[in-house]
Write a protein that binds this ligand. Sequence first.
Ligand code: HEM
Length: 427
Amino acid sequence: MASLPLSNVNPLAPEILACPYAFNQQLREQAPVYHCPVTGIYFVSDYDTVVDIAKNETLFSNEFAQFQAGLDQDEDPELDAILKKGYRRVETMLKLDPPLQRRYRSLCQKPFSTSHVAKLQPYIQNLANELIDDIIDAGHCNWMTAFAVPMPVRMIAFILGVPLTDLALFKQWSDASVYRFSAGKTREGALRAAQLTVDFQHYFADKIKARQREPSDDVLSDIVNASVDGEHPMNLEECLSVISQLLVAGNETTTSTFAEGMHLLATHPEQVRLVQDNPSLIPNMVEEMLRLSTPTAQMWRICKAATVVRGVQIPAGAAVMIKFASANRDADHFPDPDRFDVTRENLKTQIAFGQGVHHCLGAPLARQELITGFQVILQRLTNFRLPDGNAPLEFIPNTLLHPPKPFEVLFDPRPELNESPQPSILL
Ligand code: HEM
């Protein structure tokens, strides 16, 4: 089918956000740096330019909170009244530039370092085994509710010391934060999301105050009481902002890769055979799943001073969208880019976790969850398939993320490997 001229397309239209592949390819081929006349935004889609901009925090700022607020609906007194019952919202990390961003990042990065995360491996393995125990006899499940959602939610809840009884709340709070960027949002949805955000703030404010009074031996205490160079630890609003980022970033994105990863396995039996015959390929397979799913599909930058990028003039103050998902499917960097290939060679250069000073803080945790999770899945289950053949995965339109819709998957147990799943000692 012939594509429309670029100028006739709104890159933020729900149908493009839900299924961006053809449009992104058109952008890469016709205008890798594209000034859209419909939105006024500059869209950057090829691998090299996305990397250059992500690494250039001096010229391209992450301080996009104000611009993003302008994209939201008009002022709404009812919404403001709800938010006033919570705590003042302040920015930390993602929507700040160095040196402030670096300060906040260093205050909370210890629990997410590779060495700390490696200690969580037995917990992740037990959790994955438990989730598979629950579905293995049925031979089918809704993959989102059975595995892709609970795995990261339970991990980040465990890290932040949230009890299992509060897990449902925890997931609702995470969904409420993402709802802000949803392309199909309604006023009722926005009011509900605001109320959930306030609930989240009060829930964690109590826990933060308790850790400020009396630190205990947990990650929340580490974050609440951390200080660098003898400075004060973060105040309550700053702690809430950091925890909210960990909650959202730690949940939605990892869920998306677990979901899209399973869909890829169910539609590529020959790749399943390759990794089951040679499990040492699993880390590479996970990088390939990250490349193809790229759950943080795109991110804002604000251009700080007039510049020219690939021949396109970008004025100071312009909004720029860097498209990580498009860069990860650039044929000049990843040959035959839409193909799922667990043996692909240059996957160390995939950029699902971003680049530069904002490179994902949780990348070691996400990788550990995905590698251990898929190790357990591929060890205990096989013959993954979809009820309706190779039906494509569908997505919920969202400005920044690319969340898959729920889907059903069928599978068989691998009897020879299912005799004695590890007992859960940590849950
Ligand atoms: C598959 C899973 C994940 C993906 C694809 C992902 C992707 C990303 C990307 C692309 C960025 C950079 C955004 C930018 O350049 O503006 C980022 C930043 C960030 N991520 Fe992740 N993320 C994942 C999982 C996690 C997890 C598990 C956590 C924490 C528990 C986390 C915490 C963060 C934080 C705090 C930032 C902001 C860092 C900063 O601005 O300095 N992410 N992530």
